[in-house]
Design a protein around this ligand. Structure first.
Ligand code: HPA
Ligand code: ZN
Length: 322
C-alpha cells in the first residue's frame, strides 16, 4: 500500500498558511493588491527566516478580506488535504485576520468557513474542526479579545483555543487570562512552544497555560527530564517535521528528534503547519519520515490513532471517523 492512501489525521494546520500561492495571487489580481516581492521565481512564497515568514504570511492575509474569500480558501485547503489522504483536520482560525476580532464580523467569517467545511465533508469525506488561535506578537490585549470571540462561538465546530506567532516575544503567563476564558467556555487547549524557544518555553506553556497539547514542542528533546514529564502526563506534541526543516531548526530529516521522542514514550503526531510555505503535504511528510526512519504503514497507523485520540472533537465524531 502506498503511504499516500493511508488515512491521516492532521492536528496542526494554519488556515491562511495553507493557502496555495496561486490562490493568493488570484485574489490579489482581483482586488488590485500589489504583492510584488512576496513570491520567488517559481511562484512559491519567498522568505529567508521565521520572522520574514510571519511577515509574508500576514501580507498574504491582506488579500483575504471577506467571508466569501475564506469560504473559497477553506474549500481549496480541504481539497488539498483530502488529496493527501487526510480524513480529519484541525485548523487554526484567527479572528485577528477574520474581522479584526469584532464578534459580529467573526461570526460571519465562521459561518462561511463552516459552510465550506460541510461541502468538503460531502465531496471529499474530510471532517474539519476549528481551533481559534491568538497571535503572541500581537500581544495579550488582542489575545483577550480573540479569546472572547472563541468563548462566544465554542461548540461542535470550534472546539479548541491556542496561541501561535513569535515565541520569542512575551511569556505564556501573559496570556493566562485568554486561556482561562477559553477553558471556562469548554474549549480544549494547545500552545505553540518549543519551536523557537527551548525546554523552558515548553514548561512555561504546560504549567502556566495548562494545555493538553503543544504545537511543535520538539525542543523538549534538549532536556530529558522534560521529555519524561511529557511522556508521564500524556502531553501530545503536534510535530511538523517539514516545517522545522524548512525553517532551519534541523539540517535534515534524519536529524529531526521525532523518532527519539516517540521512542521515549511521548505522544507524537504529524502535521504540516503551513504546507505551501514549506513545500510540503501530509503525503510528503509520510514519505520523508519513511525514508529517514524506515517507518512502515503500521507505525503510521499507530500515529494516526494517537492523533485521533488527541483530537479536540466529541466522542460521536471520533467514533464516526475511526
Ligand atoms: N509557528 C508560529 N506561528 C505560526 C506558525 C508556526 O509554525 N505558523 C503560522 N504561524
Ligand atoms: Zn504552527
Amino acid at each position: 500500500m502506498s503511504l499516500k492512501d493511508l488515512a491521516k489525521v492532521e492536528l496542526h494546520l494554519h488556515l491562511e498558511g495553507a493557502a496555495p500561492p496561486a490562490f493568493i495571487r488570484g485574489l490579489a489580481r482581483e482586488k488590485h493588491i500589489d504583492l510584488s516581492g512576496m513570491f520567488d521565481a517559481d511562484g512559491g512564497y519567498k522568505f529567508s527566516d521565521f520572522w520574514q515568514f510571519l511577515k509574508v504570511y500576514e501580507a498574504a492575509t491582506e488579500t483575504l478580506k471577506t467571508p466569501m474569500d475564506y469560504h473559497r480558501l477553506t474549500l481549496a485547503v480541504l481539497e488539498e488535504s483530502a488529496a493527501s489522504g487526510v480524513i480529519y483536520s484541525e485548523t487554526f482560525l484567527s479572528p485577528d485576520f477574520c474581522g479584526n476580532r469584532d464578534l459580529g464580523a467573526w461570526r460571519e467569517y465562521l459561518q462561511a468557513i463552516q459552510e465550506a467545511a460541510e461541502i468538503a465533508q460531502k465531496t471529499h469525506g474530510i471532517t474539519l474542526r476549528g481551533i481559534i488561535t491568538c497571535i503572541r506578537h500581537f500581544g495579550p490585549e488582542k489575545a483577550r479579545q480573540t479569546a472572547l470571540c472563541a468563548a462566544e462561538t465554542a461548540g461542535d465546530f470550534i472546539t479548541g483555543f491556542g496561541i501561535a506567532g513569535d515565541e520569542k516575544i512575551g511569556k505564556p503567563k501573559d496570556f493566562r487570562w485568554a486561556f482561562d476564558a477559553a477553558r471556562e467556555a469548554g474549549l480544549r487547549l494547545t500552545a505553540h512552544a518549543g519551536e523557537w524557544g527551548g525546554p523552558d518555553s515548553v514548561r512555561d506553556a504546560l504549567h502556566d497555560l495548562e494545555v493538553e497539547r503543544i504545537g511543535h514542542g520538539v525542543r523538549a528533546i534538549e532536556d530529558l527530564a522534560l521529555v519524561d514529564e511529557l511522556a508521564e502526563k500524556g502531553i501530545v506534541l503536534e510535530v511538523c517535521p517539514g516545517s522545522n526543516i524548512a525553517l532551519g531548526l534541523y539540517p535534515n530529516w534524519r536529524a529531526h528528534p521525532i523518532s527519539t521522542l516517540l521512542q521515549r514514550g511521548v505522544k507524537v503526531t504529524i502535521s504540516t503547519d503551513d504546507p505551501p510555505f514549506f513545500h510540503t503535504t501530509m503525503a510528503r511528510e509520510y514519505d520523508r519520515l519513511h525514508d529517514a526512519f524506515d517507518w512502515d504503514a503500521g507505525q503510521f497507523r499507530a500515529i494516526a490513532r494517537t492523533s485521533l485520540d488527541a483530537a479536540f472533537c466529541d466522542a460521536d465524531t471520533r467514533a464516526r471517523i475511526r
